[in-house]
Design a protein around this ligand. Structure first.
Ligand SMILES: [Zn+2]
Ligand SMILES: [Zn+2]
Length: 372
C-alpha cells in the first residue's frame, strides 16, 4: 500500500483548494482504507464552498477537507475484516459504497437501532488534529470500525455509484419516512442531484404523479426522464401563489400527499407546505446551513394536520436497498445514466464552479464528479 495521498485542502481565507500530499492513515483492526475513485459535488458541498450561513467576521473554518458523496475501492482491510456488511467476501480492489458517518453504537439512539440519529455520530477528525489523507475530495478515505460497507455489482459504474451514499440514500430515507404509497401524488421541490433521485425513487415506490419544480430547462428535462410526470418551471410560474395554484390544478384541487424540499431556501418551505393536501406530509431535507429561518403559520400546520419531518442521514440498510434500486431501474430512469463531467483532483476548483447553479440559467447538467 502506498504511504501518501493527495488531499484537496480548503481555505476560507482565499476560498481556494490547495493540493497537499499527506500520509495515508494506518489501518487499525476493524478499519478499512478506501482508495476514493469518484466523489460528486453535492449541494451541501456547494454550501460550504459558497460559505452559506457563515456570519460576517466569523473565524475561518480552514484548513479542512470535505466531500462525502463518494465511492471507491478497497485499498487495505484491517485485521478481522473479511467481508462487507452483508457478509460478501471483500478483498483489495473490490469496488464498494459505504456510509460516510460512523454511529458510536453506544448511545441512547444507537441502542434503539436509530443509527442515522447517533448522538456521537462521527465523521472525520479535523485536519489540524489528524493530518492524514482522509476525505471525499482526497485520494483516500478511512473507515474506522464499526462501519457499513457494501460491495458493488459490476453493472453499476463508478459515476452511477458515487451518489448512492448521499443523494440517493438520503431521498430513500426521506421517502421511506414519508411513506410514499401506491397512487400517491408527490411534489419534489428542486431538480438537482437529490431531486431527480427523489423523483425516480417516488415512482419506484408506487407514486402515481410526481411534480418536479425547478427553474432550469435542462434540469426539468432530466426530471421528466427521471420519473417526474409533470413539471413546474419557476420562471414561468414565477410567484409562490402561481406555483401553489398549479399544484392544486395538477392534483385535481386536492393538493399533494407528500412534498419533499431539496432546494434549501426557506421560502421553498413556506410555499411547499401550502401545496399539500389536508394531512399531507412535508419532508424537509434541503436546509443544512445554519440560520435558515422560515415564516410559517403554525396554526395552519395544525388545522391542516400537516405531518412535518426534518430528515438528515440514514440507517445503514438504505445502502444495499439503494444498490438494488439502481439495478432495478437503471434502464427505466435517466437518473441512472446521467453522464457527469468528471474532473481530476487538480481541477477541483473547476468542478465546483461548473457545479454552481445559483444565479445562472445555464442549461448544463450540474452533477460534477471529481476523480481523485
Ligand atoms: Zn451530500
Ligand atoms: Zn450512537
Amino acid at each position: 500500500m502506498v504511504d501518501t495521498g493527495i488531499s484537496a485542502v480548503w481555505h476560507d481565507s482565499d476560498q481556494s483548494f490547495e493540493l497537499r500530499e499527506l500520509p495515508v492513515p494506518e489501518v487499525e483492526e476493524g478499519g478499512i482504507s478506501i482508495r476514493v475513485l469518484r466523489t460528486s459535488v453535492c449541494g451541501s458541498d456547494l454550501h460550504i464552498w459558497r460559505g452559506d450561513g457563515i456570519e460576517k467576521g466569523a473565524p475561518p473554518r480552514d484548513p479542512f477537507v470535505f466531500g462525502h458523496e463518494m465511492m471507491g475501492e478497497i485499498a487495505a482491510l484491517g485485521k478481522g475484516v473479511e467481508t462487507d456488511s452483508l457478509r460478501n467476501p471483500l478483498k483489495e480492489g473490490d469496488r464498494v459504497v459505504f456510509s460516510y458517518f460512523f454511529p458510536c453504537m453506544r448511545c441512547y439512539n444507537c441502542i434503539r437501532g436509530e443509527l442515522g440519529a447517533c448522538l456521537y455520530r462521527g465523521g472525520r477528525k479535523p485536519l489540524d488534529e489528524w493530518a492524514v489523507c482522509n476525505g471525499g475530495f482526497a485520494q483516500y478515505y478511512y473507515l474506522r470500525g464499526p462501519n457499513f460497507i457494501f460491495k458493488l455489482p459490476d453493472e453499476i459504474s463508478d459515476e452511477e455509484a458515487a451518489p448512492i451514499n448521499c443523494a440517493l440514500a438520503q431521498v430513500i430515507e426521506a421517502l421511506h419516512i414519508g411513506r410514499v404509497r401506491f397512487g400517491d401524488h408527490v411534489v419534489v421541490q428542486g431538480a438537482g442531484g437529490l431531486g431527480v433521485n427523489a423523483m425516480a425513487v417516488a415512482r419506484d415506490m408506487g407514486a402515481h404523479q410526481v411534480i418536479a419544480i425547478d427553474g432550469q430547462p435542462a434540469r426539468l428535462d432530466l426530471a421528466l426522464r427521471s420519473g417526474a410526470t409533470d413539471t413546474i418551471d419557476i420562471t414561468e410560474y414565477d410567484t409562490p401563489e402561481a406555483r401553489i395554484e398549479r399544484v392544486m390544478e395538477l392534483t385535481g384541487g386536492i393538493g399533494a400527499d407528500i412534498a419533499i424540499e431539496l432546494v434549501g431556501f426557506p421560502s421553498a418551505v413556506e410555499e411547499g407546505v401550502k401545496m399539500l393536501r389536508q394531512r399531507g406530509t412535508y419532508l424537509e431535507v434541503g436546509h443544512i446551513s445554519p440560520n435558515s429561518f422560515a415564516s410559517l403559520d403554525v396554526q395552519k400546520l395544525v388545522s391542516r394536520q400537516i405531518r412535518f419531518h426534518g430528515i438528515q442521514h440514514y440507517d445503514p440498510w438504505i445502502l444495499p436497498s439503494a444498490i438494488d434500486f439502481l439495478m432495478r431501474n437503471r434502464d427505466r430512469f435517466a437518473v441512472c445514466d446521467v453522464v457527469s463531467d468528471v474532473f481530476p483532483i487538480e481541477k477541483i476548483g473547476d468542478a465546483f464552479s461548473q457545479a454552481e447553479w445559483m444565479g445562472r440559467d445555464s442549461n448544463k447538467i450540474t452533477r460534477a464528479v471529481v476523480a481523485p
